[in-house]
Design a protein around this ligand. Structure first.
Ligand SMILES: Cc1ncc(COP(=O)(O)O)c(C=O)c1O
Length: 337
């Protein structure tokens, strides 16, 4: 990608991440299903967020920042990754978390504390004005002599999206060195920033695969809008020869009941893949997306072509707060296929 201008970047991800075939599932469905293990990007198995942070932290350091401020749910993967990267690089992490402090720390929140992040819990009402909360934290960091850099929820900025532009390039190179020439690459979408990055990387490298996402929180229309905006911003800001694609393919209908209540069918998808292929999805993001993909394939096995690559974007630690629901399912209730 010779047309990518020098953009500040800190190498954090253990990449290239492996691409593995799901042998038994592929046989069952009748198409080749592969998984790119972006859950193994390192820094506490931080998944897609490490790729985004390579560019966000690159920009933060270029601006002289010593403190990273971000926000998310109590089990936010992005917040935990910011905490892990900060500890690794000797920066301070300040996290605004939606919810009350629990009696016992668990999952990502336990890791946030372990990694020394400073936490500010927010009520639901405060969360509606999260920009004010972040502004207040920024002012407090400055008042104590620090240099803050604010990362919006999920690292959802044009800078963060560059991480998945680089991932598309990585996939392109892997296909040149023996990985299959995929017809479709499927990724989980919260904001759609990662999908936007992949779409940009596809345009810049000539990666053949269609880039499809499964919306797991926002409505598909909002994801599409965001993807288009990010590609436009990237073209303007970095002078990249990318244009918003005329059609952004987003699979809708798998958002479930939000990020804190997960249905038995989604937990069933986690259990099923773990037992069939030895790969553990997270219930909040990747399990919903994978479930959506399998569901679509059941309806029309060839709609994504013959070779499909699902990017596992991580999130494993949010599995543990669902221990009660999982235990009930694992102890005998019938599992949803
Ligand atoms: C595990 C996991 N996968 C995927 C995503 C989606 O990222 P994006 O906001 O780039 O769509 C997230 C973001 O929160 C995530 O935590």
């Amino acid at each position: 990608m010779s047309d990518v201008p020098p953009i500040p970047r800190v190498e954090l991800a253990y990449a290239p991440t492996p691409i593995l075939k799901l042998e038994r599932l592929s046989e069952r469905i009748g198409v080749e299903l592969w998984v790119k293990r972006d859950d193994l990007t390192g820094l506490l198995e931080s998944g897609n967020k490490v790729r985004k942070l390579e560019f966000l932290v690159g920009e933060a350091l270029a601006q002289g920042a010593d403190t990273l401020i971000t926000c998310g749910t109590l089990q936010s993967n992005c917040c935990r990754t910011v905490a892990a990267v900060s500890a690794r690089l000797g920066l301070t992490a300040v996290l605004a978390l939606r919810g009350a402090p629990p009696a016992v720390y668990d999952g990502n929140l336990l890791l946030d504390k372990l990694l020394g992040a400073e936490l500010r819990y927010c009520t639901d009402e405060e969360w509606t004005k999260i920009d004010d909360v972040l502004g207040d934290l920024e002012a407090r960091v400055r008042a104590r002599g620090g240099h803050p850099y604010v990362i919006p929820e999920s690292g959802a900025t044009v800078v963060g999206a560059l991480g998945y532009m680089a991932c598309a390039r990585e996939i392109f190179q892997q296909t040149k060195r023996g990985a299959p020439d995929f017809d479709t690459v499927v990724i989980t979408a919260f904001s759609g920033g990662s999908q936007a990055g992949l779409l940009m990387g596809k345009q810049l490298t000539g990666l053949r695969a269609e880039i499809v996402s499964v919306a797991v929180a926002w409505e598909a229309a909002d994801v599409r809008q965001y993807v288009g905006d990010i590609v436009e911003q990237a073209a303007r800001r970095y002078h990249l020869s990318v244009t918003p694609p005329p059609e952004v393919r987003v699979i809708d209908g798998y958002q479930g009941a939000g990020r804190t209540r997960i249905g038995d069918d989604t937990l069933g998808a986690v259990i099923d893949l773990a037992r069939r292929e030895g790969i553990v999805l997270d219930p909040v993001y990747t399990a919903k997306a994978f479930q959506g993909l399998l569901d679509q394939l059941r309806q029309d096995p060839r709609q994504f072509g013959r070779r499909i690559c699902f990017i596992h974007t991580g999130g494993i630690f949010s599995l543990f707060p669902f221990r009660a629901e999982l235990s009930r399912l694992l102890d005998g209730a019938s599992l949803v296929q």
